[in-house]
Design a protein. Structure first.
Length: 156
């Protein structure tokens, strides 16, 4: 535990600065590739679902992005036209349509964000297991609290 409120607020301000800078990078990627920032968030959701081995339906994607049905359909149509996603029938339930990210979208993201990701990984390699666990715990806690705040009554 820190005894210094100054250090704690310095970390909060650094986290805010990182968030702003990453948002700027996401917006730059979107503009360069003819997308809306929400399109980039959708692609991230799809990559996260794929990495977790989870199916992604239009309904689930819309819920994760906070979009209504028509907005979700428009987003998926736009990403499909750009060649970033495809709609496929669920092989276990043919009535269900899944949204899958195309490898070209992954490669496009890797070409833009790859150098930053590599630098972050290099930075993390300088930390020992205990430090990595602290960083992971801190970021996980911030994420949990941010999600709770977003779900709180009156937050939208």
């Amino acid at each position: 535990m820190s005894d210094s409120p100054d250090t704690e607020m310095e970390i909060v301000h650094l986290l805010r600065a990182v968030t702003v800078e990453l948002s700027r990078r996401n917006a730059d990627f979107a503009v360069r590739n003819g997308m809306h920032p929400t399109d980039v968030r959708a692609l991230i959701c799809l990559m996260d679902a794929r990495r977790a081995g989870a199916d992604m339906t239009a309904g689930r994607l819309g819920a994760e992005l906070g979009l209504h049905s028509a907005g979700t359909t428009g987003l998926i149509d736009r990403l499909e036209r750009l060649g970033h996603v495809r709609r496929v029938r669920d092989e276990h339930d043919r009535r269900r349509v899944l949204i899958e990210i195309d490898e070209r979208a992954v490669a496009l993201g890797r070409s833009f964000f790859g150098p930053l990701i590599e630098r972050v990984v290099e930075l993390l390699q300088e930390y020992d297991e205990q430090q990595l666990a602290a960083v992971k715990g801190f970021l996980g806690g911030v994420l949990d609290h941010a999600r709770e705040a977003a779900d709180a009554p009156g937050s939208r």
